[in-house]
Design a protein around this ligand. Structure first.
Ligand SMILES: [Zn+2]
Length: 127
């Protein structure tokens, strides 16, 4: 099994590589070229990143996680303080944007790291 992706069971932890945006195999090379663009390969160990595709997964998790945080926070604020609506808009609008931007990159990295760790790839027909 390890002949396909040597060292897939070792390397940095999923949490560490995801939060730092590092290569899932060596933990040294950067995974991203900009904010969300994935590099073609690792500069340190030359692992090819082109086979990894997170798709819409990170955005779905951001919607679920940040939506729960903001909706829960807005409900608790309303129940506890009954502020005017402009306070909610002022408080939760920027919070929504900031948390979404903060969560998107680590979640995309986590999906790529998990694809590497579990050797996930597109299905192929076996004959
Ligand atoms: Zn690497």
């Amino acid at each position: 099994m390890n002949a396909v992706l040597p060292g897939a069971g070792s390397g940095p932890s999923v949490l560490s590589a995801s939060l730092k945006g590092r290569c899932p195999r060596c933990g040294k090379g950067r995974l991203f070229r900009g904010y969300l663009a994935v590099r073609p390969s690792c500069a340190a160990c030359e692992l090819d990143f082109s086979g990894f595709e997170a798709g819409d997964g990170p955005a779905v998790f951001v919607i679920l996680i940040v939506g729960a945080i903001v909706a829960g926070g807005a409900l608790l604020t309303e129940v506890a303080f009954q502020p005017p609506y402009w306070v909610h808009a002022l408080l939760w609008g920027p919070t929504l944007v900031i948390l979404s931007l903060a969560f998107l990159r680590p979640l995309k990295a986590a999906m790529i790291v998990l694809q590497y760790k579990h050797r996930a790839e597109e299905g192929r027909r076996v004959r």
